[in-house]
Design a protein around this ligand. Sequence first.
Ligand code: ZN
Length: 119
Amino acid sequence: MKTSNNFPNKFGGNGFKPERIKIDAKCPVCGSMYDFGHLEVLQEEEGATLMFIKCTVCQSAAMSLIAFGTFGLKVASAVTDLEQDEVLMFQEYKPINSEEVLSLHEDLESTDNFLKEII
Ligand SMILES: [Zn+2]
């Protein structure tokens, strides 16, 4: 059986999965090549991997989500000012809904010292 760099069966290949994928990536802030020795895998589940890397030159951080799906490999990346533990912490938070925004707006209007009261 020929084993070349084909994608897994569901993508039309012969099922061979490469042990390594070589990626060269640059920091979006300063343009330096990333040192993947500093790459951290924060979470892996159901074919999706959340990774975090800090540029060794400018210390900017980026997180990437890589996922295999029906349409192939998808990669989404974003520069962040969060640290690794904060990425995981905020991931557990639910998004703010419109009712919470309206409630905050009403509280701000009805209370003179709203900020002092919540601190
Ligand atoms: Zn950089």
